[in-house]
Design a protein around this ligand. Structure first.
Ligand SMILES: Nc1ncnc2c1ncn2[C@@H]1O[C@H](COP(=O)(O)OP(=O)(O)OP(=O)(O)O)[C@@H](O)[C@H]1O
Ligand SMILES: [Mg+2]
Length: 356
């Protein structure tokens, strides 16, 4: 029997739970000429959700993480590379006659993939135009292309004015859908909600929350009961209380618990043992991290580790603590679901354990 929990990469099939309403919602947007903007903190399940939708709709999808793009030219090259991965050369070559600069396309024997490059002198704005226009051309009415840009907020870092240029192209395109994902709440809101931003109200904005307790509970309990027949219910509840239903950390902890039960026959105190193991692996990283935080950050993290609101009932709840929280959120250490919380429950446990 294989470990029934999976974490870290995109989850599908038996590893994917809940999200029925979200799935329906994304599906509806994809069934229109509109685009979707999906925001959540890291590892909440954005990629898994949109890929499941694309597969369920039986439509081709192209995925590009803007965090891995270093320049406008690189953007165009990576986009083309994805197009070549998705469609045959036979189909694409006729659609490239409009290209101003002919890219060099070669097969990479190591990755078995295709590499795309341009002459260094090529005008990168034109490259983007050509590559983006190709997306519309390869898309067909019965198999409309879904273009997913992950970590979209990075658009602002790649090159000045790229957001404006992309928006100008994307707004006139037809017959395909864009899904723009992002994990930096404040920057994503800035891009799509600020009136002066080129992407102001570009599409339907959707926020992805954690997986609801009851559904996650059933999912874990069903998978743990074969290895923990006596106590899977209590253990499932303990896991979710600890991870606060965070999709990634819940799967990680459940996976560790399953291994302890299955291979070491541990059932008593199994959640605590699993947490201790997972925390000890990161002990050094947490230590390094903690040292880097300033006093205000530490105070906030300590308060949050005690499940208290650092902005409430405190004389010092000033603009400095507020901006510290915002900074910690931007860096991803603090998230806000219903309330502010430490993103990583193991880091939280570590802070409690070390009595910092
Ligand atoms: N619907 C789901 N059911 C069960 N587990 C899930 C689900 N969605 C996400 N997870 C868990 O969360 C992890 C992260 O999912 P995913 O990579 O889709 O999130 P993401 O928001 O795209 O993350 P990132 O910010 O790293 O791009 C998965 O590996 C899985 O363990
Ligand atoms: Mg993702």
């Amino acid at each position: 029997m294989r470990n029934p929990f999976k974490f870290g990469t995109i989850v599908e099939d038996e590893f994917f739970t809940d999200r029925t309403q979200e799935l329906q919602y994304v599906m509806r947007v994809m069934d229109s000429e509109n685009h979707l903007i999906l925001i959540s903190p890291r590892r909440f399940g954005k990629s898994s959700l949109v890929i499941k939708t694309a597969k369920q709709a039986d439509r081709p999808y192209l995925f590009l993480n803007l965090q891995r793009v270093i320049s406008t030219q690189d953007f165009a090259a990576k986009l083309l590379k994805e197009v070549f991965r998705l469609y045959t050369w036979e189909k694409v070559k006729h659609l490239m006659t409009h290209f101003h600069f002919v890219p060099t396309i070669s097969t990479n024997p190591i990755t078995n993939g295709i590499d795309v490059s341009f002459q260094p002198t090529s005008d990168s704005n034109v490259l983007i135009e050509d590559a983006m226009a190709l997306l519309e051309k390869v898309s067909t009415p019965d198999k409309r292309l879904i273009v997913i840009f992950d970590e979209f907020q990075e658009i602002l870092q790649i090159a000045k004015g790229l957001d404006k240029q992309l928006r100008a192209i994307m707004q006139v395109q037809k017959g395909l859908n864009y899904i723009l994902l992002g994990s930096q709440e404040s920057m994503m809101t800035e891009i799509f909600e600020r009136k002066k931003s080129p992407f102001y109200h570009f599409g339907t904005l959707m926020r992805l929350n954690k997986i609801p307790y009851q559904d996650f509970y059933d999912y874990i309990n069903e998978r743990l009961s074969p290895v923990l027949p006596e106590c899977s219910k209590t253990v499932s509840d303990e896991i979710l209380t600890l991870t606060n239903c965070h999709p990634y950390y819940t799967q990680q902890l459940a996976s560790q618990v399953w291994e302890l039960a299955k291979y070491e026959g541990i059932s008593e105190n199994v959640v605590n043992i699993a947490v201790t193991r997972l925390t000890s692996i990161h002990d050094l990283d947490f230590e390094r991290l903690w040292i880097k935080f300033n006093r205000m950050d530490r105070q906030i993290l300590r308060t949050l580790s005690q499940d208290k609101n650092p902005l409430q009932n405190r004389q010092s709840a000033t603009s400095t603590s507020f901006s510290a929280i915002k900074r910690l959120m931007k860096m991803g250490y603090v998230i806000r679901d219903k309330k502010y919380e430490i993103e990583d429950p193991f880091f939280k446990y570590w802070i409690i354990d070390k009595q910092l």
